[in-house]
Design a protein. Structure first.
Length: 137
């Protein structure tokens, strides 16, 4: 599969739909965390009580697996757009691009209305630099 390179404009056009994917991922994360907490509480009961809860435990474990599958679908949607999900909290998505003859990553952070920074492929978020006004659209 060939890597897609984005202009700033192309990447910015994806932000609204990717924000929706992040919202869904965050909601799934909350549901997953709550369900996992409940499951761990049941499993921490003494052995006799846990045995009487076997059906509930199975159901909760199945629901956790389903939540994981749903989350993976949203991650795949982001990946299929050409973006790289770097974090859910805070939402971080990178887009491959080119500056001069250097491969870079346009870096979008949740809360930003548009992409204003980039970094090299090996720097990561801590190496973010403001976009130059002379970058190609």
């Amino acid at each position: 599969m060939t890597k897609k390179y984005f202009t700033i404009e192309e990447a910015n056009q994806l932000i609204p739909s990717l924000m929706q994917e992040l919202i869904e991922l965050k909601n799934l994360q909350v549901s997953f965390d709550n369900q996992l907490k409940q499951l761990n509480e049941i499993k921490s009961l003494n052995t006799e009580e846990v045995q009487t809860q076997t059906e509930d435990i199975f159901k909760m474990e199945s629901e956790l697996e389903f939540l994981e599958i749903q989350a993976q679908l949203h991650v795949n949607n982001i990946h299929n757009s050409g973006g790289f999900l770097k974090g859910i909290e805070p939402g971080l998505i990178d887009f491959p691009s080119v500056k001069g003859d250097e491969d870079i990553l346009l870096c979008w952070k949740e809360g930003e209305e548009e992409i204003t920074h980039y970094h090299s492929e090996d720097e990561g978020f801590t190496g973010r630099k403001p976009l130059d006004t002379d970058m190609e659209e």
